[in-house]
Design a protein around this ligand. Structure first.
Ligand code: RB5
Length: 147
């Protein structure tokens, strides 16, 4: 799987730590590239757009709380970004929401929990069925915004 990775300075340490876990996948790293302060929209929009335009299959975005990256990613049409603090959230975000971007809170999630969350998120399929009607409504809304 080709995965777009992005963080800000607050997510940098966790981003680097999960690379080892993700090494069987192809990673496209949109930064941050150090712990020097930077703005999460700069790396977050680039990674989310790469998922939306299908350059990458999925995205994993990390900032301090995960909130900024969630807001950024969900502004990009076609992105369904889910901030997950537990394995169960990760599983449900795939089954029910067909989430194509996983967001993690770098300042609140330790590496081994992040690995478990990512493992579950990558391995879980989308249930479809009744959930598809709901996702179709989101897609219709996105289409209605186009001029
Ligand atoms: C950076 O200090 C912090 O605000 C950022 O990583 C993120 O948590 C914002 O939502």
């Amino acid at each position: 799987m080709k995965i777009a990775l992005a963080s800000d300075h607050a997510g940098f340490e966790l981003k680097e730590a999960i690379k080892e876990f993700l090494k069987k996948h192809e990673i496209v790293d949109f930064g941050a590239f150090s712990e020097e302060s930077m703005d999460y929209p700069d790396s977050g929009f680039a990674a989310a757009k790469a998922v939306a335009d299908k350059t990458c299959d999925r995205g994993i975005l990390i900032c301090g709380t995960g909130l900024g990256m969630s807001i950024v990613a969900n502004k990009v049409p076609g992105i369904r970004a889910a901030l997950c603090h537990t394995v169960q959230y990760a599983t449900l975000s795939r089954k029910h929401n067909n989430a194509n971007v996983l967001v993690l809170a770098g300042r609140f999630i330790y590496k081994y929990l992040a690995d478990d969350i990512i493992k579950a998120w990558l391995a879980t399929g989308y249930d479809g069925g009744r959930h598809q009607n709901r996702i179709d409504k989101i897609t219709e809304y996105e289409r209605s915004l186009r001029c």
